[in-house]
Ligand binder design. Sequence first.
Ligand code: ZN
Length: 551
Amino acid sequence: MTKILVVGLDGATLDLIGPWAESGVLPNFARLLKEGSGGVLPSTVPPMTPPAWTTFSTGTTPGRHGIFDWTRRKPNSYELTPLSATNVEAPTMWKYLSSRGLSSLVINVPMTYPPDQINGIMVAGMPAPHWDSSVVSPPELFHELKTSVPTYELYPDPGEAYSRQGVESFIQRLSRVASARVEMWRELRIKRDFDFEMVMFNGTDTAHHALWHLMDPDHPQYDPNAPEHHRNAIQNYYIEIDGYLGEFLDVAAAEKRAVLVMSDHGGGPLKGLIHVNNWLLQQGLLRLKGSIPSRFRYLLYRLGFTPMAIYDLLVRVGLGKLKKAVVRGRGRSLLTSLFLSFNDVDWDSTIAYSTGNVGQIFLNVKGREPKGTVDAADYERIRDQVRSKLEQWRHDGSPVVEGVFYPEEIWTGENLPSAPDLLFLPRGLEYFGFGEFEFGSNKVFESLRRGISGTHRMEGIGLWWGSGISVSSSNTLIDQRLHDLAPTIIHLLGAPVPTYMQGRVLLEMLVEQREIETVEFEGEEPPDAAIAFTEEEEALIEERLRGLGYV
Ligand SMILES: [Zn+2]
């Protein structure tokens, strides 16, 4: 049995780590690459934090665990609701390990709020709204942790870096959050000799979102006159993580643990936004009401009176604080009643719409949507039509989309029916496909002026090292997928792999070629009703997701 330490680095990419390790600024990553196995780890479609981390933690694909985004359509509605761990419909690996008497320490993994009760300790990650006892399992531990790790923060919000004045404090915050995360791990691991340990850092991803343009001379928002430590901020953060990695590797070597350093997806520059509902409107697949108020809002939309334009205007005239009250208030503020939104959509003649964050398209299906128009008999024909329109879509002479997927082509599992009907990846993932409740802009393509400048890529990392892992001197690529990690970890820990997991044990990478055992494991029934966040918590979660460029 080999104990394991997993280091999660949200969004970490070999595109940055590789060259920096080579040049000598990331000596511990270089050590991992030289002495370990693994390499690129493909993300889920879409490459988003919630489906990807949940795929990792449950060893199942979104078709089985049911998490496709940060949000989900409310049943029989066109509105979205934020998701939490109570919506994950497959047991996590640490829940399963508990049933085998194996102990776990799990710190800040996304989509683990509210935390599982496990044999061990969990400090949950996003979407935890506040740092309080609801985040910790067992909850009694919270007060002790508040005193022993007083600087602990749930999440380094990139939003503050979207104004030039905020960059400095965001960079400091990145550091502070990472160091407190390591402190939390040091503090908790003293309590017990855990079989499975995991600590997750969000900073790699939030730094990409907020600071990519400062680093990348090819980025449209690049400013050669920005201070040098701003231009180097992403690299400096990786250097800091590399320092902690040195400690992780030393501890693991001393305790004969295997180490997995992994990310849920990669990262790269973001050049602009695609407002998918505007495209659907152009294609006649989404239609608006003919009522006077809706036509009035459509006129304003045509004239450019849209949330993004107003946001820009408010920021320009220095009313940044006011913008929160005005923009994207989800019908909660007076001015949003002036913006074109889903309230103006004529659902009785709409065929397709987009909600969510990376190119998810839903057909307006009879019996599933409140005002469905697509009959079961026409479903496949219409879905094929939408796919072919997506494939033919051109912008500046080039294809917009590099892949269109039906959920059943990429996943299996009982939650396929709640998946979007079509998913697409914008070419190179340099654009973000956005399906909004309000029509944020009147353009299909919008270039970025400020705010988010980096986003996700399909290629994450999965670097294995240490006890039980065979050395591949040339960094041989292991054909690994996110849902293979949990079965491999479980096998390393000497336990049979539960049959609900959809991944495989990466046996070719292990020193010991022991036979793989399997076992049935049902877990507990998921709670009937998802925990309802309070309105205040829901607003806070939305605010955070907006910081990442979502919602
Ligand atoms: Zn992520």
